[in-house]
Design a protein around this ligand. Structure first.
Ligand code: WT7
Length: 633
């Protein structure tokens, strides 16, 4: 399954395009199936309908846990580094993780969970989060993990959308010096969630919480009950390859976030295959991914991908800047990390604290580096390469999305020649194409266009939960017979791909995807606001910042207070991650005669490029533009 040289890559890539079914069937042989498939692939992008490994039976947790026990039972699966470096770290071997997952699978069953149920998880980055995820998969329940930074309202929306019946949370979570009162946030959310019958609460911070009789139970008490029953194993539920494994919500250019649906068989094959290949993972290597399990990066490359490959992963509860901005480097040193996978925003932020922080740190264990989430600028790339990798570690700049399940365009560590800022070449099995506005495929090199994929891959999304039509219109209807990524891209003279950023109304703030419409809806909920328009602007650390133009004629207090009120509103409705960096009050928005907001103009002004606004003659009232230019922040 592992590519061994660039010639090998070229040969395998060719085979994957010419005989995709044989290619993927071969990869899938490396996994453990209760029953093999009858058919490798059946698909059309019109509905869309995508089915991989039909007829096959499996449970992904048998691939993550059971199959490693004999040879690697004593090998660490998770090395957990707590928020506070003074607190003891924890190591869970594959055997221990297996036992804990089985135990918690019993807890879920005892609390009424069944195959197909939707279970929401809202937890800090502790091993129990991964245990909860795997226990859901073990019993065949569908997990919907919500990142700990989202607000009560966002959780409620997600719980309602999927009609979850159980939620797993903790009393609180630590992030640097902050304590996030997770259970209290959940209690606010649950006011709107009648489908929730059970709340399972892990003790982490000993924050006071209100436990409701009949509904709320403590994780530890439930585990104790299982222990007294003497139940250690939990036979994994047999799943169809196309049964749903999880839902993960992500923002789009319109309305509320959509629940991206991934299924058991294809996702397992794809995350395992891409992890092993892009990082060239060798048994025994220590791998550290700094993402949160609440995002797809954590699902695919902290939990499932590495576990199917028997890898040792570092799970970090805290933040890169506490107690000092050398925290990630301390962790690398402490656990002799061999592979470090992080985000450009983290690299830029840590760069900004100066290189003195790197003095005396031991980076000698590092062999491979990775980047994900947004285009990496050359300065950050070189710093990462020189100061962290000491020019001996290949950097894999992995381009992919929540919807793709795993890496799509990425170097293969040590095999693909890298270029700063380039995600480089498609992995075998992936067929990217660039298209112009009319959907014509642009052939040849030194060209740019919108990035699409023309053939299915096992890790791709199957639908958006409860709304298949939305999946079709968002990804499969813009261009005929193509999956549309929403990204702009160029292909250089060597056929190397460089992602240039989103071409839709989606922002990428610190590697987090934020829909402008979603932020506008939140701002508009503030009682003084008439209307608003949100665009992105270049931000040194975050990549993009959120710039809001707000029409707010009758302000209740002074403008500074109103600004703060609006920020508070966005924090309440979505979460602090979507809070605008800048709010400019305007008397009106630039609109065409048909009432469409001309975002192009607003983007230019936000970027400080107000001199080149282009054609403004179609505006209903061109004078608002002058006022907006005048007041630009
Ligand atoms: C969007 C997907 C994939 C996990 C993290 C984000 C941008 C992602 C790269 C990269 C340039 C990148 C794209 C993509 N993106 N990785 N290596 N180079 N851009 O997942 O929240 O689903 O966001 O992130 O714009 O469409 P996501």
């Amino acid at each position: 399954m592992k590519i061994s040289s660039i010639e090998d890559y070229q040969r395998v890539y060719k085979q994957s395009v010419e005989q995709p079914e044989e290619f993927w069937a071969n990869i899938a042989q490396n996994f453990q199936w209760r029953k093999k498939w009858d058919k490798v692939l059946e698909w059309n992008f019109t509905e869309p309908s995508i089915k991989w490994f039909q007829g096959a039976k499996l449970n992904i947790t048998e691939n993550c846990l059971d199959r490693h026990l004999e040879a690697w039972g004593d090998k660490p699966a998770i090395i957990w580094e707590p928020n506070d470096p003074q607190e003891h770290h924890r190591v869970l071997t594959y055997q221990q993780l297996y036992e804990k997952v089985c135990e918690f699978a019993h807890v879920l069953k005892n609390n009424g969970a069944k195959k197909g149920d939707r279970i929401c998880i809202y937890m800090p980055m502790v091993p129990e989060l991964e245990i909860a995820v795997l226990a859901c998969a073990r019993i065949g329940a569908i997990h919907s993990v919500v990142f700990g930074g989202f607000s009560a309202q966002s959780i409620a929306d997600r719980i309602q959308d999927a009609s979850c019946n159980i939620i797993i949370t903790a009393d609180g979570g630590y992030r640097g010096t902050k304590l996030v009162p997770l259970k209290n946030i959940i209690d606010d959310a649950l006011v709107q969630c009648p489908t929730i019958k059970k709340v399972i609460v892990l003790t982490r911070t000993r924050t006071p919480v209100s436990m409701i009789k009949g509904r709320d139970v403590w994780w530890e008490d439930e585990v104790k009950k299982v222990e007294t029953q003497g139940a250690t194993d939990f036979p994994a539920e047999e799943m169809d390859a196309e049964d749903v494994l999880f839902i993960l919500y992500t923002s789009g250019s319109t309305g509320k976030p959509k629940g991206v649906v991934h299924t058991c068989g294809g996702y397992m094959v794809y995350t395992g295959y891409t992890f092993t290949n892009a990082f060239q993972y060798e048994p025994g290597e220590v791998y550290f991914c700094t993402a949160d399990i609440g995002w797809i990066t954590g699902h695919s490359y902290i939990a499932y991908g590495p576990l199917t490959q028997g890898a040792t992963t570092v799970l970090f509860e805290g933040i890169p800047t506490w107690p000092t901005p050398a925290r990630l480097w301390d962790i690398v040193e402490k656990y002799h990390v061999n592979i470090l996978y992080t985000a450009p925003t983290a690299i830029r932020s840590l760069m900004s604290f100066g290189d003195e922080l790197l003095e005396g740190k031991d980076f000698s264990s590092l062999k491979k580096l990775g980047s994900v989430g947004e285009p990496i600028n050359e300065e950050a790339w070189h710093w990462f390469d020189e100061k962290i990798g000491h020019k001996k570690c290949p950097i894999v700049d992995t381009w992919w999305q929540t919807e793709t399940g795993g890496f799509m365009i990425s170097p293969i560590a040590g095999i693909t020649k890298t270029k700063p800022g380039y995600a480089s070449l498609p992995l075998p099995g992936i067929q990217p194409v660039l298209v112009d506005e009319n959907g014509n495929i642009i052939e040849g090199n030194s060209v740019s266009g919108n990035l699409c994929i023309r053939f299915p891959w096992p890790g791709m999304l199957r639908t958006t939960y409860g709304d298949h039509e939305r999946c079709r219109t968002t990804y499969f209807s813009t261009y005929h017979d193509l999956y549309f990524t929403g990204d702009g891209c160029l292909r250089d003279e060597d056929g190397y791909y460089k992602i240039t950023g989103r071409v839709d109304d989606v922002l990428n703030v610190s590697g987090h995807r934020i829909g402008t419409a979603e932020v506008e809806n939140a701002i508009n909920m503030h009682s003084d606001v008439v209307e608003s328009a949100v665009v992105g602007f270049h931000h040194e650390i975050k990549g993009q910042g959120v710039y809001a133009y707000v029409v707010c004629p009758n302000q209740h207090g002074d403008p500074e207070l109103t600004r703060k009120d609006i920020m508070m509103t966005v924090t309440r409705i979505i979460g602090a991650i979507a809070r605008p960096d800048k709010i400019q009050f305007v008397s009106g928005l630039p609109k065409t005669r048909s009432g469409k907001i001309m975002r192009r103009i607003l983007r230019k002004i936000a970027e400080g490029d107000a001199e080149n606004l282009g054609d403004t003659s179609t505006l209903l009232d061109p004078s608002v533009v002058d006022e907006i230019k005048e007041g630009a922040l």
